[in-house]
Design a protein around this ligand. Sequence first.
Ligand code: FE
Length: 199
Amino acid sequence: MGHDHDHHHAHSSADAEIRAKALESLLIEKGLISTDVIDEIVRQYEEDIGPMNGARVVARAWSDPSYKKWLLEDGTAAIADMGYSGKEGAKMVVLENSPSTHNVVVCTLCSCYPWPVLGLPPNWYKSYAYRSRVVREPRKVLSEFGLELDESVEVRVWDSNSEIRYLVLPERPEGTDGLSADELTKLVSRDSMIGVAKL
Ligand code: FE
């Protein structure tokens, strides 16, 4: 697996992290904000606000075959059509799961993640254990997430980098034929768009 990594972004994101920590300390010291509030904001960006964008993309693809085709051919343009683009998501590639193929995303060298569609990466995504193990033993790691895949399913692991960010298009759950795009959006989990869960 080729991983042509540009480490400028890792450096600038470390700087940003230091600045954010300094700002956080100052706000807490001045009594303007509590650590609980900060934790809650971060949680929302990891779990709700961020992944909601990706969920809207997935729901539209499930509802509209021509959009799905466009999304798989040119993820960047089709996602930008929903209003999601920019930093840490300038070039997007969408990977379609099927009964025979399961895609899962990692960044082996740092924590590259598609911010415009998924928000901030969860801590486990940034962990050395996930980054190193999901490449070597993807089935075992997925089973630890509660996802047992049949031996017949091909597992593909995609290594993100500063150029390309991936979004997994999970399979549409059965029994959802009558649902609107809004209703479908609520079914799409963050983890299913990273590829560590099915729906
Ligand atoms: Fe990276």
